[in-house]
Design a protein around this ligand. Structure first.
Ligand code: LRH
Ligand code: MN
Length: 430
């Protein structure tokens, strides 16, 4: 625990408030001295919002095991309760992203009513052709949209049309398509044929979407396919989005890049092409580790937000990225991990808003490498936590959401209220 949060933790609410006000006043004064309005920045951070993944509220696992926690959600309604809590403590997570059929419910109108009661909404809805569902006639073992068997492709298209109907019922405005389609051995799959089949199927799905919806294509280098993945990289995703039409854009899951790939450069490329649709924020050291955003490569997260803030300030045509989280919490309390994540994203965004773009452009133009780098580092190395806490406080959130969550006793209450589902008991909505 850092000095500042240690100080906050050791103090009662009043004390924490006083420490915060002192820190915020000091930072505001310092920023004013650099010609930066703290008030403007707080207002910008207050506008930052990110969607929560419905699938990250229960403990995740790996093929080697899963160590479940207590008081975990067993139904979509309970996931939405947890999402509403994350929003109440951060003021920055007003929407949940559903995954179908994991979140399929008998009565989506009731789901929508629950959401309204809880004060949250819905972001992009996610399809799933990477698992076979009980009673599903045809298997996706050898692919869905890329499958040589037209009946399997048809089944996958029908699933996406159903997902769109679910999304329409809850008020989503986008569909995220991540395909596990690929091969494990050279020769197993036609590398061009599989891609063409995916494009054809997506064209039908794209045509079936309401006019005000967007389709996000999500690339991933490997897993579960370990030789070739059909939508393996940003280039494949961009080719699809360009082939489909204006409302098709690329979704960048930060963990879907091989180590040392320059993700902020990919973001800049997709921005330049007007095809950056959104993000699945998380962090990783090796593969698609789905760790807490900002926990492993915080400078990269900052550099990604730097590209986004620049694009926003330049009013880049079509710039409207959907910010979403996609994580799996194998060790941390899922709610605490999501509170940390939202805080890390707010901090990275605030630091990116601090960059002096005019000075940076000057140094880039004059070839002053050191001063250009220092201009970025100046912002990145600024402790913006008082500013982010202030933005949260002004949206009714907590100065330190994780500490507030722990003090709330929410997990203990839910441990009593949500006895673990009997083994094999399927999660339902009601
Ligand atoms: C694939 C992925 C995709 C989701 C899934 C839960 O790795 O990132 O976005 O559908 O995780
Ligand atoms: Mn993802």
């Amino acid at each position: 625990m850092t000095a500042r949060s240690e100080r906050l933790a050791s103090l009662d609410a009043g004390g924490a408030e006083r420490v915060h006000e002192r820190d915020f006043a000091a930072l505001s004064e310092r920023l004013e001295g650099e010609g930066v309005s703290a008030e403007t920045l707080v207002a910008e951070v207050q506008r930052f919002e990110v969607a929560l993944p419905s699938w990250a509220f229960a403990t995740g696992g790996t093929r080697f095991g899963r160590f479940s926690g207590t008081g975990e959600p067993r139904t979509l309604r309970e996931k939405m309760e947890d999402a509403a809590l994350v929003h109440s403590l951060t003021g920055a997570a007003p929407r949940i992203s559903l995954h179908i059929p994991w979140d399929a419910a008998r009565d989506m109108d009731e789901v929508r009513a629950d959401a309204r009661r809880l004060g949250i909404g819905f972001d992009a809805v996610n399809s799933n052709t990477f698992q076979d569902q009980p009673g599903q006639p045809l298997s996706y073992k050898l692919g869905s949209f890329s499958n040589p068997n037209p009946a399997i492709r048809r089944q996958a298209i029908e699933h996406h049309l159903q997902v769109i109907e679910v999304g329409k019922a809850v008020g989503s405005k986008a569909l995220t398509v991540w395909l596990a389609d690929g091969s494990n051995y050279p020769g197993q799959m036609s590398l061009r044929g599989s891609f063409e089949r995916v494009r054809e199927c997506l064209e039908e799905v794209y045509a079936a979407m309401p006019d005000d919806w967007r389709l996000f294509t999500e690339h991933k280098p490997y897993e579960p396919a370990f030789y070739a993945t059909v939508v393996q990289d940003w280039g494949s995703s961009l080719l699809l989005a360009q082939a489909l039409g204006d409302r098709a854009q690329c979704l960048v899951d930060l963990g879907h890049h091989l180590p040392s790939v320059n993700v902020e450069l990919i973001v800049a490329r997709l921005l330049g092409a007007g095809k950056l649709g959104g993000f699945h924020f998380n962090d990783s050291k090796y593969g698609d580790d789905d760790l807490t955003a900002g926990s492993i490569k915080p400078y990269v997260l900052f550099l990604i937000f730097h590209e986004l803030v620049l694009a926003g300030r330049e009013r880049l045509p079509g710039f409207d990225p959907a910010y979403m989280i996609d994580q799996s919490h194998n060790l941390k309390d899922p709610i605490e991990a999501l509170l940390q994540t939202v805080d890390q994203l707010q901090q990275a965004y605030a630091k990116a808003c601090l960059v002096d773009h005019a000075r940076l452009a000057e140094f880039q133009a004059s070839g002053d490498v050191i001063m250009a780098e220092r201009t970025l580092k100046q912002a990145y190395e600024t402790d913006v936590r008082p500013l982010v806490s202030e933005a949260r406080r002004r949206r009714g959130g907590a100065l330190d959401p994780v500490l507030a969550f722990r003090a709330s006793g929410y997990r203990a209450q839910k441990t009593v209220a949500r006895p673990a589902a009997p083994p094999g008991g399927a999660p339902t909505h009601l």
